[in-house]
Design a protein around this ligand. Structure first.
Ligand code: ZN
Length: 302
């Protein structure tokens, strides 16, 4: 009996030591993230109040359209508006039979708003805006009047609305709210389209809200990963580092444009004592608009 008692006592003694140092939370340390820098240097200096929201664009340079029930003249106007835009911008428009990015419809009856004759209506119908880009997923054009000009100014005006452009106060600009044949597309409009579509059509994963704390030797962490890019991501991994050593790797499935994923974990074992800094890394093998926002450091909250 003496031996058994001795072994039991020693075992309990060691278990208590283990419990004291590793399991019982001694104190809780909270961590906070340092700000993420995610500016796009390519066009941050362009004055972008020409659009409904800053930096609106379609996910791809190639944009599909479907013209539904339009008389021949209006259909011609619309198609030549697409051709003109193809000539002066990096954009490319192609016709499809369903799931179009842009739907074009026509109305025979004249529409009035007070004394103003409405020539058409157009605009984005589905936008997702997180991060620096407002991504246009769908747009619609309603052509009411055909153009009497050599260029299809009404169709061009409505197409620019769909591309995110608001009205101009300059009567010579095609985006002025009353149409005339001498109006032209502004050079600043063309420059902005050029700049916006120079961004590659890639995903852009980055961190949203994060909260983390360590109690004793255990980490609790809540984090959100968002895709503020122009394409659905593929699967990726998230690495959690403590004092520059990986303590946990988590797999995540793909995230769609404009969506986020919440990941919460408790009781992640931290082998180091005296953790001064945590780091989170989005480990993605695919191309992204910006890879620099895939890392974030968490420091002890003072
Ligand atoms: Zn308008």
């Amino acid at each position: 009996m003496g031996w058994k008692l001795l072994i039991s006592s020693i075992t309990i003694f060691f278990l208590l030591i283990l419990l004291f140092f590793y399991v019982i939370p001694l104190k809780t340390i909270n961590f906070e993230s340092t700000p993420v820098n995610s500016n796009f240097s390519s066009f941050s200096e362009v004055d972008n109040n020409m659009q409904f929201y800053p930096n609106m664009r379609f996910p791809e340079k190639s944009i599909s359209y479907e013209i539904l029930d339009c008389p021949l003249q209006k259909q011609d106007d619309m198609e030549s508006a697409f051709d003109i835009m193809e000539d002066v911008t990096p954009l490319n428009f192609y016709s499809v039979d369903n799931n179009a990015d842009i739907y074009v419809t026509c109305e025979e009856r004249a529409k009035t708003n007070g004394n103003l004759f409405i020539a058409g209506e157009g605009g984005p119908t589905n936008i997702t805006a997180i991060g620096n880009l407002a991504v246009i997923l769908n747009g619609e054009i309603l052509l009411i009047r055909e153009s009497n000009c050599p260029t299809p100014n009404i169709a061009l005006h409505e197409l620019l609305h769909v591309l995110g452009f608001a009205h101009s106060t300059n009567p010579e600009n095609i985006m002025y709210n009353i149409t005339n044949c001498n109006q032209e597309i502004g050079d600043d409009t063309l420059q902005l389209i050029e700049d916006l579509y120079s961004i590659p059509s890639n995903p852009d994963l980055t961190f949203g809200n994060i909260s983390a704390s360590i109690s004793g030797r255990f980490l609790s962490i809540n984090l959100t990963i968002i895709n503020s890019g122009l394409k659905k991501s593929e699967d990726f991994k998230i690495q959690i580092l403590s004092n520059e050593e990986i303590i946990k790797t988590v797999d995540s499935e793909s995230i769609d444009i404009g969506y986020g994923r919440f990941i919460g974990m408790n009781n992640v074992w931290v082998s180091q004592v005296n953790v001064q800094e945590l780091e989170l890394i989005i480990d993605a093998e695919f191309e992204e608009i910006n890879k620099e926002n895939n890392k974030i450091k968490l420091e002890i909250k003072q």
